[in-house]
Design a protein around this ligand. Structure first.
Ligand SMILES: Nc1ncnc2c1ncn2[C@@H]1O[C@H](COP(=O)(O)OP(=O)(O)O)[C@@H](O)[C@H]1O
Ligand SMILES: [Mg+2]
Length: 378
């Protein structure tokens, strides 16, 4: 290889590395780097497929494709299989390689889709970061049927850089997503613990004060206050509910164990059966579990709790137990307080049964038994 050419290649790699280093948006990055790559290599056309773990692909960037492939809204590029995709999917395509012919271009000629610019072959390079695969980079030029080892090596090093950048962008997006989830969970908890509790006290105070007066006008005003605070409470509850429960990406058990860690409650977990619940039940139990572990921490005076989940074919039993302070529950006058009453409401909304068993000095156990209809699984 001539000295000039080597210098030129290094310069090309540097320009591309700089562009990638600054990129924060996948689409802009892929289009930019493809354009730069074609410019520095003198190749004419290029396109990038992103391929997900199920093998479905999307055309993420393209540059100077021949007319035959861009017609009909780029349909020839977005539909049907192709030899490079086949090789990628079955794991044969590990390195940059010459693809003998391009099936899309063959079809273009066969079905007379238009001008192919005399492009018949393309080189294909997988986009990877370590073991992770993201898709394919393809490049081509008129009448070029063979790519030299040096050309393939250059393409490969660019493809590696693209792979690493894709990985970085995705990690950053994921981190952003996790921050949002944490913030929403915090907000929901805070709303429940602060505003909700205050509204609740306001409602009780209005109700209590009503008993202290005989004046009908004041009584009426106080009733009105009570109603208003009741209304505000239900709106607040709806709002908290809408701050969708997130954090369930890795399943209920893992979410609850993590939640325990966040709270500083050590959870001893016992699972019988396979936890593969419909998402609405998972969400419901996740919410209830959060409140129950909160209560352990806040009221039970212990940092240890048991989580039991038992799944049989048509129902799930979900129990959280602590051996802390306990409190006296009057089963006839069930449950004036918000945390416990929303556990009950949530359970009953899906046809389940909520029970709480607690004795002073002996700890507390909540139990939910819920029907599971498999066909509801989303
Ligand atoms: N695990 C528990 N251990 C001891 N007391 C509890 C426990 N869970 C609930 N309680 C009692 O029941 C009350 C109501 O709980 P809850 O409805 O969650 O409201 P909050 O937690 O907002 O006070 C608590 O104030 C506490 O006295
Ligand atoms: Mg509570």
């Amino acid at each position: 290889m001539g000295e000039d050419q080597r210098v030129q290649e290094l310069r090309a790699l540097k320009i591309i590395a700089e562009a990638l280093n600054q990129a924060n948006d996948q689409k802009t990055m892929l289009n930019g780097v493809l354009e730069e790559l074609l410019r520095v290599t003198g190749l004419q056309a290029g396109w990038i497929y992103l391929i997900d773990e199920n093998g479905s692909y999307t055309l993420a960037a393209d540059h100077h494709l021949p007319e035959a492939l861009v017609g009909n809204n780029k349909k020839p590029m977005c539909k049907g299989g192709c030899w490079c995709l086949d090789q990628y999917k079955d794991g044969r395509l590990k390195r940059a390689s010459n693809i003998i012919e391009c099936k899309r271009l063959e079809d273009a000629i066969k079905f007379k889709w238009g001008n192919t610019d005399d492009i018949t072959h393309h080189a294909t390079v997988p986009l990877r970061a370590g073991e992770e695969k993201f898709g394919l980079l393809n490049v081509a030029s008129p009448n070029k049927t063979y790519f030299s080892d040096t050309e393939l090596a250059l393409l490969e090093s660019v493809a590696f850089q693209i792979g690493t950048t894709l990985k970085r962008i995705r990690l950053a997006e994921n981190e952003q997503h996790l921050l949002v989830i944490a913030e929403r969970n915090r907000l929901a908890r805070d709303l429940h613990d602060s505003v909700n509790q205050l509204l609740f006290s306001l409602m009780l105070t209005a109700r209590g004060t009503k008993e202290l007066t005989e004046d009908p006008q004041i009584k009426e005003m106080l009733s009105y206050m009570q109603e208003l605070s009741q209304e505000a409470l239900s709106e607040m509850r709806a709002l908290i509910w809408q701050l969708r429960p997130q954090g369930l990406e890795n399943g209920l058990v893992s979410a609850l164990m993590n939640y325990g860690k966040v709270l500083g409650v050590e959870i001893d977990c016992e699972v019988k059966g396979v936890v593969d619940l419909p998402s609405h039940i998972e969400e419901c139990l996740w919410r209830i579990g959060q409140e129950a572990f909160n209560n352990c921490k806040k009221h039970a005076g212990t940092r240890e709790a048991m989580l039991r989940i038992e799944i049989e074919n048509k129902s799930v039993v979900f129990e959280i137990e602590d051996f802390g302070a306990g409190f006296s529950v009057d089963p006839s006058e069930f449950i004036p307080s918000l945390g416990l009453s929303s556990m009950k409401e949530r359970t009953e909304a899906f046809g389940g049964i909520f029970t709480i068993d607690s004795r002073l000095g002996q700890g507390t156990k909540i139990r939910i038994e819920m029907p599971v209809k498999k066909e509801e699984k989303q």
